[in-house]
Design a protein around this ligand. Structure first.
Ligand SMILES: Nc1ncnc2c1ncn2[C@@H]1O[C@H](COP(=O)(O)OP(=O)(O)O)[C@@H](O)[C@H]1O
Ligand SMILES: [Mg+2]
Length: 244
């Protein structure tokens, strides 16, 4: 299906440190790509760069061959509607109720949608993730796992075709994690693109078509999910690399 996201010679600097160093890679449309590697290696930063949420100091990021940094407001909104992000820290708006957190993406991207329909869609995605509690409280009243569920549900509201997920099964019990995995798998089966960070190699083997190993801000290895599942030496090597 071709490339949906491309990073070309991307460099990212924070506090005078090179966090991402001249990285070039392509993410294939309709496929699941996993970013794995040791903690602090730059996975979350690369995910945010690929999602257009951080601007590279050098190089460029393209969505369907359009430079994200050069998009006008209409193109940016169009991109943001199609691409959703579940952040490692959930990133819910702390001073808004859960309901407001859920409502805002629909208000932005579908301003004509009647409240009744918004509420129907919000209930639908919350049902899918298995969240049943009150929506009127602030995110801080929830456990980390519950915040993850809301963040995940919020990301699914606008029916994204490109989904970025950062350590999205962390802090969840097994049932909840499995429910989210099934939702992501269903998206993949519909031909949507998944780009995810996860340190659970079983999940990487289950979902990923491609695996990028990230360490010290560079792409150090690239292989397929099938290789990871069938090559035991590779799997062991990777397991050690992630733990380091
Ligand atoms: N905004 C920032 N300011 C300073 N340092 C940062 C910033 N973002 C990331 N870093 C640093 O960059 C490195 C990579 O971080 P991150 O992308 O979160 O790695 P990973 O997700 O692989 O654990 C870490 O050393 C982190 O401390
Ligand atoms: Mg991270």
């Amino acid at each position: 299906m071709g490339t949906i996201i491309e990073l070309q010679n991307v460099r990212f600097i924070a506090e005078k440190q090179d966090i991402v160093k001249n990285l070039s890679c392509q993410f294939e449309e309709g496929k699941a790509t996993a970013l794995i590697g040791p903690s602090g290696g730059g996975k979350s930063t690369i995910l945010k760069l690929a999602a257009g949420l951080l601007v590279p100091a050098q190089g460029a990021v393209y969505f369907r061959h359009e430079d994200i940094a050069l998009m006008n407001r209409k193109q940016t909104l169009n991109f943001r509607r199609q691409a959703s992000v579940v952040f490692q820290d959930s990133a819910l708006w702390a001073n808004q109720s859960l309901y407001q957190n859920m409502e805002l993406p629909l208000r932005i991207h579908f301003p004509q949608m009647p409240k009744q329909e918004r509420d129907r869609r919000i209930n639908e995605v919350l049902d899918e993730v298995g969240y049943q509690k009150d929506l009127m409280m602030r995110p801080s009243k929830l456990s980390m796992g519950e915040q993850k569920l809301i963040a995940f549900a919020r990301a699914m509201l606008c029916r994204p075709v490109l989904i970025f997920l950062d350590e999205w099964t962390e802090s969840l019990d097994e049932n909840a994690a499995q429910r989210l995995i099934n939702i992501v798998k269903a998206h993949k089966d519909q031909g949507h693109t998944i780009i995810f960070v996860n340190h659970d190699l079983r999940l990487v083997r289950y979902l990923a078509d491609y695996v990028f190993m990230i360490a010290s801000g560079v792409l150090s290895m690239k292989f397929t999910g099938t290789q990871l599942a069938s090559d035991m030496d590779l799997a062991q090597y990777i397991e050690k690399g992630i733990a380091s």
